[in-house]
Design a protein around this ligand. Sequence first.
Ligand code: CP
Ligand code: NVA
Length: 304
Amino acid sequence: MKVKTKDLLTINELSKHELLEIIENAIKLKKDLKKGISKPLLKNKTLAMIFQKPSTRTRVSFETGMFQMGGHALNLSADDLQLKRGETIEDTAKTLSRYVDLIMARVYSHDEVEILAKNATVPVINGLSDSFHPCQILADLMTIKEKKKKLSGLKIAWIGDGNNVCNSMIYGCAKVSIDINIATPKGYEPNLNIIKESKKFIDIQLLGNPELAVKNADVVVTDTFVSIHHQATDRAKDFLPYFQVNSNLMKKANHDAIFLHCLPAKRGQEVTSEVLDGPQSVIWDEAENRLHAQKALMALLLQV
Ligand code: CP
Ligand code: NVA
């Protein structure tokens, strides 16, 4: 399929069709891998991975994904690049484009990944900015599809901080017709323009009450109260105890609701260990699915 976008910065660049194709292909790549089949679709291709911030899942899943597809990944800490000494993002993008086939960047400010994409002649993937985390949502939607056997018509409850992951989740839900209830403390809502834009396609309820938000929910999702880019580390006090996902809150969702968290989790803060390690949690499948979803994404962007 011919893909319209060069880059993946938010998730909104993908059409519904492209998003569903990534999910279907990711599920297929996962099944193939379990059978020992791994086609070298990215043979001789190189991915540059720029990290301004720490990562476990993103780094390891991209690097392993490239290896499994016959390609190569370069792990570039922003501190080890000439960026650190003042070389511009524009010049870095132009230089890397002469060597590699694809760039993935984890940045503090979303502007930086936009500048990178604008100046790179190769596709750029956002591996987490202060505003968005599209790769996470590919894996999340894939996990939901695997567990619920469908996407359209479901209801998600997002509890806690209306952060970067939440913004991308709203875009993702709007593409695949999943309604979303969002419960945050006042002042911690997701980007209101994204909500306005997405309300044209799905029902979005902004609620201050987590118990109302999880009512009739098929999927309950949360994330840390303190993201990497947050300066104020005492934010948790504004969420606790009301916005914690615990067994009592899970009981108020549908009896077969699943629990998602992009990880890393701060156990005992946004979610209890009882929920994280409990029967409704699918967090390890979700983490694994980063690998498969990103392989499908890279295949789509490189048109292989
Ligand atoms: N979920 C996620 O992006 O994890 P890392 O920060 O470990 O990459
Ligand atoms: N919201 C979190 C996600 C980490 C994967 C952060 O930005 O730190």
